[in-house]
Design a protein around this ligand. Structure first.
Ligand code: DON
Length: 590
């Protein structure tokens, strides 16, 4: 093991004008004014950091998504005169039809937008929201134990969906085409159907016993009560009608009209607690993205209620002074894991919906705070998670989607959407054609007790009426004068570390095909081990990491489904990559 290179002395810097306002939500109604203020602030930030606004245009469009029909739908809308934002609506809505394993209009997500003409950037928060009747202990049984079945299966697991509101919001404020035009490919595909593909087939198999509990979901996806064969065409005519009506009548029909009524009645009839007031109260929130600078590149990423951006900024701040690309790979992995451990410790304690909990974003993303964390890293020894100051008394305890779009003008969308676990809560209200989410499990159902991703939490992420559950989804843009990367992935708690590894790979000069296929490793503070895909480390690297005290667990499981785009501003080249871990993804440049 060689000497650990000492960190370069980094120049002092404070966060840009956004730092003070991070976590502040501009509610609907304040959007226009907030937008102007943000664009002006961005100009100041970019001038200050020496990164020029992109006057150049890529001249080509790239879309990378988890399903070829969604990628094609995005291009179809671009060809009809739409911009990246219209394409994002088409891609999201098509995924809501063909990839209900992972996202849909029964769920939510974060759409991070970059507008080329003025550099305006915003995160559209379409995260689900707890119904008003939700309570902190709603999943605890008489003995105070978490009832995992209630937390993830059936109507009680579902929070109020945000995707329809987010798509309508994007069309109204940022798109060029009417909402109905951008939804049209998804409506058509829902009617004409899509063939069962490998990932869908596998995930339907895993979810079968749960899907079978709900007649409408069984009817929509199963044939004779079983998983249909590969290639079998699934049509979703009820979903086609819902999407068509949202396009024609606007989101009001979904949140206040008769679709809302149908959803609320269906959820309540099956034991859920949604009300019409909960539906009507749902609002899209525009949030400032998290921004930081990493070795001369500007990172723009998801803000709370995602924990992803804060954690990524924190990890990059810890790692920035280390010359990672030149280091011995085991030492590099050791430092990266130690950064992961520390960021996830803070996620556990401090991250939650910023409208309900005072998330200390400025502190957590500050380089001074990171310097303190960095100082606690032993160059050659793993820190035990127990040794980090934390909350005393905690115990130790797939499916989401991402797409990245760049249009010919330089508009960008990076979006991660979810219903949480495979097919969400597996429950479908009869006559709707879409499953609902089980995002309530992203809350901490009980202090220190792990959720489906082994994540623990405390007050910051406790269940409260109308609160949004903490997410790990991290749609990200990483931008320098020479190149811009757009990336993200599903993968629950692992999303954040996958995006980190993707960013580091981008920094090392690799292209999107490399970022998305890279074998991954992960540490989330608790449990205190490094989980690694086979191939992430050589035998020598494994031995070196274990000698440092890391409990590295290698498995054949694969995580994530990353889709990224790279615009090389110097050569003008645009490239895109879709994760080889799924057979359905497609990345195209046209
Ligand atoms: O918002 C979150 O962090 C989770 N609901 C994401 C779930 C996920 O990525 C599942 N995918 N494998």
């Amino acid at each position: 093991m060689g000497e650990i290179p000492s960190p370069d002395r980094r120049r002092d810097r404070v966060n840009g004008p956004f730092a003070a306002r991070m976590g502040l939500a501009a509610r609907r109604g304040g959007v226009a004014l907030a937008g102007v203020a943000r664009a002006a602030a961005l100009g100041v930030l970019l001038l200050a950091s020496g990164i020029a606004l992109a006057a150049d245009r890529p001249g080509k469009a790239a879309i990378a998504s988890a399903h070829y029909l969604a990628t094609e739908a995005g291009h179809e809308v671009l060809a009809a005169g739409g911009n990246a934002f219209d394409a994002a609506i088409a891609v999201s809505a098509t995924l809501a039809v063909v990839e209900q394993t992972s996202s849909g209009i029964g769920g939510g997500g974060f759409w991070l937008l970059h507008r080329a003409e003025d550099g305006f950037e915003v995160m559209v928060d379409g995260r689900e929201q707890a119904p008003a009747a939700a309570t902190r202990d709603m999943y605890l049984d008489a003995d105070g134990k978490v009832n995992r079945d209630l937390a993830v299966n059936g109507p009680l697991a579902a929070a109020i969906p945000g995707e329809v509101a987010a798509l309508a919001h994007i069309a109204e404020h940022y798109g060029r085409l009417p909402l109905a035009a951008s939804l049209a490919p998804a409506v058509r595909i829902a009617r004409e159907g899509f063939p069962v593909y490998t990932k869908f087939h596998e995930m339907l198999g895993w979810s079968l016993p749960h899907i079978k509990r709900w007649p409408a979901a069984s009817e929509a996806f199963l044939v004779g009560g079983e998983v249909p064969p590969m290639g079998h065409v699934i049509t979703l005519p009820d979903l086609a009608v819902v999407l068509e009506r949202v396009g024609a009548e606007g989101p009001g029909v979904f949140y206040e009209g008769d679709i809302a009524r149908q959803l609320v009645e269906g959820v309540r009839a099956a034991g859920g607690i949604w009300t019409m007031e909960d539906m009507a109260a749902y609002e899209v929130v525009e949030r400032e993205p998290i921004r930081t600078e990493y070795n001369g590149y500007e990172l723009v990423t998801a803000s709370p209620p995602s924990s992803g951006g804060v954690a990524i900024a924190q990890m990059l701040n810890i790692l920035e002074p280390f010359p990672l690309a030149e280091m011995d790979r085991a030492q590099r992995a050791h430092l990266v894991v130690e950064a992961m451990r520390r960021a996830y410790r803070d996620r556990t304690l401090y991250l939650g919906d910023p409208d309900f909990y005072p998330v200390p974003v400025e502190r957590l993303t500050s380089p001074y705070y990171a310097a303190g964390l960095r100082a606690g890293i032993h160059p050659e020894k793993a820190t035990s998670s127990d040794m980090l100051p934390g909350n005393d008394g905690f115990r130790e305890g797939d499916d989401t989607t991402h797409f990245s779009i760049l249009d010919a003008e330089g508009n960008m969308v990076t979006a991660t959407l979810t219903v949480n676990l495979a097919f969400g809560n597996r429950f479908m209200v009869p006559g709707t054609g879409f499953v609902l989410n089980n995002e309530m499990d992203d809350f901490s159902a009980k202090e220190g007790v792990p959720n489906a991703f082994g994540l623990i939490g405390f007050d910051a992420n406790a269940i409260e009426p109308r609160k949004r559950p903490l997410s790990s989804m991290s749609p990200t843009i990483i931008r320098g004068e020479d190149k811009v990367g757009i990336l993200g992935t599903p993968g629950g708690s692992r999303i954040i570390t996958m995006v980190l590894l993707g960013i580091l790979d981008f920094m090392e000069g690799n292209d999107p095909e490399h970022w998305v296929s890279l074998p991954r490793f992960h540490h989330q503070y608790v449990p205190d081990h490094v989980s690694a895909e086979r191939g992430a480390f050589t035998e020598d690297e494994l031995a070196a990491l274990r000698a440092m005290g890391h409990d590295v667990q290698v498995s054949d499981r694969q995580w994530g489904n990353m889709h990224g785009v790279l615009w090389n501003r110097e050569s003008g080249a645009v490239s895109a990559g879709s994760d080889p871990r799924s057979d359905a993804g497609l990345a195209t440049v046209r």
